[in-house]
Design a protein around this ligand. Structure first.
Ligand code: ZN
Length: 191
């Protein structure tokens, strides 16, 4: 396998990973692999290289340019039921408080039980929603009808496809120019 110790120079050269249909495996977090994993997958013939960095990696016998975009040769179907995690609840709700509509960074968001746990509410997709701190505090242990605070969208279990679509609205901080075609093509077609 190539030895890449010498060429890195502070850059990490991540590869964007597309499914076999040339859409990102995941939009948010964006599916990216380290160059080491990407190169390994190329050698194992599991991916096609669609674009490359200028940087090269050398072994005693081979030199190759580092892949910047790769596509899996075998299609991976997404899980039908997404994991019930705080992150996925925020993603379902577009990182917006479901009471006042404010968009906030993750660390300012909380996880609100629509029917409070103290009133028998359970921790399920159907009973939790994203709330900002002030709204969560204001709602307290009251039922929605007692405080006239109803989530803007009735909480429910999203499909993996819906989460994927929501994630498209959140481009990552690092974007190599060769990734853009694969990330924004379909949204530009729609507008
Ligand atoms: Zn709020």
């Amino acid at each position: 396998m190539p030895d890449g110790g010498s060429f890195i120079g502070g850059q990490s050269f991540p590869a964007l990973v597309l499914n076999a249909d040339f859409r990102p495996l995941s939009y948010f977090p964006l599916s990216i692999w380290s160059w080491q994993d990407a190169v390994k997958a190329v050698f194992l013939d599991r991916v096609s290289v669609l674009n490359e960095y200028e940087a090269e990696v050398h072994s005693p016998t081979v030199s190759m340019r580092l892949p910047s975009v790769i596509a899996l040769k075998e299609y991976i179907p997404s899980a039908r039921r997404p994991a019930f995690t705080r992150f996925n609840v925020f993603l379902r709700d577009h990182f917006a408080c479901q009471y006042c509509g404010d968009h906030r960074p993750t660390h300012d968001l909380t996880f609100d039980h629509v029917i409070p746990r103290s009133r028998g509410g359970r921790t399920t997709w159907e009973n939790v929603c994203t709330a900002c701190g002030p709204c969560n505090l204001r709602k307290g242990n009251r039922l929605p009808r007692e405080c006239n605070m109803l989530p803007r969208q009735t909480p429910r279990q999203p499909t993996s496809w819906e989460l994927q679509e929501n994630g498209r609205a959140f481009p990552p901080n690092y974007l190599h120019e060769s990734w853009r075609d694969y990330l924004y093509w379909d949204s530009e077609l729609e507008s």
